[in-house]
Design a protein around this ligand. Structure first.
Ligand SMILES: Nc1ncnc2c1ncn2[C@@H]1O[C@H](COP(=O)(O)OP(=O)(O)OP(=O)(O)O)[C@@H](O)[C@H]1O
Ligand SMILES: O=C(CO)[C@H](O)[C@H](O)COP(=O)(O)O
Length: 309
């Protein structure tokens, strides 16, 4: 049993869904057991300075990656940090806050896998990669609603950032144990998203081959497991369609949870009705089975890590 915090990284471009997934995983693990760190707090420059210098928040030079690295090392050994705070409402920094790590630490942000030492700080690494069109929709709506921007400003910012997204954000996908892509289904009338989970052999995943290969036909075609390549390397890919039924997903969840009996109580829809819920871009509450399964898979890895270390 680990006597140090288990650290999860959730990395991806702006509005890729990091905060949404982080909240969901914290629900599964129990919010009282989870400390969340957003790496936006390690920006080196405030909004005005960034505009003056002509640098984007995505550039490594625009972030105190060295301090982030130090803080991750401290958190990994259970020590407290004095963390800076970047305020998205004012675009400036607030007074730092004292943070003592809980049993689980989730570190979410833009450049979480930027250096080898930072990468080595995590027990589990997730990268979020929605299609760019969907990410743009999410960013436009979220930045208008919550961060006070106009649509033109958001679209101009995305355009300005694209070279840095290409050079510094997207290459981090290669370092992840799990790459998560929510995507819209082909049928227009479905509002829920499907998910594609790339499972790299860098950590031991649940034996989905046994579950889906030999298991009941009732999973197909809504839930599929296939071999593929991602950034040139062989991977397993688990896809859950938006139209997967609650019974299908529950069956998969129960099989997954049977490996970790103490996860069972709070991982299923019956055990935890909050699982798979999210706040949509217009503030509406949605529930998504593909999201529920993703939260559960990541929570599974966190729980496993507790027993390995
Ligand atoms: N799985 C999902 N299903 C539906 N909508 C989602 C999902 N994930 C994110 N969204 C929508 O996209 C918006 C942006 O997501 P979120 O705030 O989680 O992104 P982020 O990666 O944390 O962004 P940033 O790094 O810019 O803070 C949310 O307001 C939410 O409405
Ligand atoms: O990409 C982002 C991650 O949230 C933000 O845009 C970045 O943190 C800069 O913040 P702001 O847009 O408030 O100036």
């Amino acid at each position: 049993m680990s006597d140090r915090p288990i650290i999860l990284g959730i990395v991806g471009d702006s509005a890729a869904g990091k905060t949404t997934l982080t909240r969901g995983i914290a629900q599964v693990l129990g919010p009282e057991n989870v400390t969340v760190i957003c790496t936006d707090d390690y920006h080196r420059y405030d909004r005005k300075q960034r505009a003056e210098i002509g640098i984007t928040a995505l550039h490594p030079d625009c972030n105190h990656l060295d301090i982030m690295q130090q803080h991750l090392s401290l958190l990994r050994t259970g020590q407290a940090i004095l963390k800076p705070i970047y305020n998205h409402t004012t675009g400036t920094f607030d007074a730092p806050e004292y943070i003592k790590p809980s049993k689980f630490v989730i570190v979410e942000g833009l450049l979480g896998y930027a250096t080898r030492t930072i990468r080595d700080s995590y027990d589990v690494k997730v990268y979020l990669a929605p299609p760019e069109e969907l990410r743009t929709q999410w960013k436009v709506k979220r930045d208008i609603m919550k961060r006070g921007y106009t649509e033109e400003q958001v679209l101009a910012e995305i355009k300005k950032r694209e070279p840095d997204s290409e050079d510094f954000i997207r290459p981090q996908r290669e370092s992840a144990d799990v790459v998560v892509s929510f995507y819209p289904p082909e049928a227009d009338n479905e509002s829920n998203l499907s998910v594609r989970l790339v499972l790299r052999p860098t950590i031991p995943h649940p034996d989905f081959t046994e579950i889906l290969g030999l298991g009941s036909e009732s999973f197909k075609p809504a839930i599929r497991l296939e071999l593929d390549r991602d950034m040139g390397k062989p991977v397993d890919v688990l896809e859950v369609d938006s139209h997967a039924t609650s019974d299908q997903v529950n069956e998969l969840e129960m099989i997954l949870c049977s490996e970790l009996p103490h996860l069972r109580g709070f991982c299923t829809a019956q055990g935890n009705p909050e699982i798979g819920k999210l706040i949509g871009t217009t503030g509406e509450v949605l529930q998504s089975y593909p999201l529920a399964l993703t939260q559960l898979l990541v929570a599974y890895h966190m729980m496993k890590a507790i027993h390995v270390y």
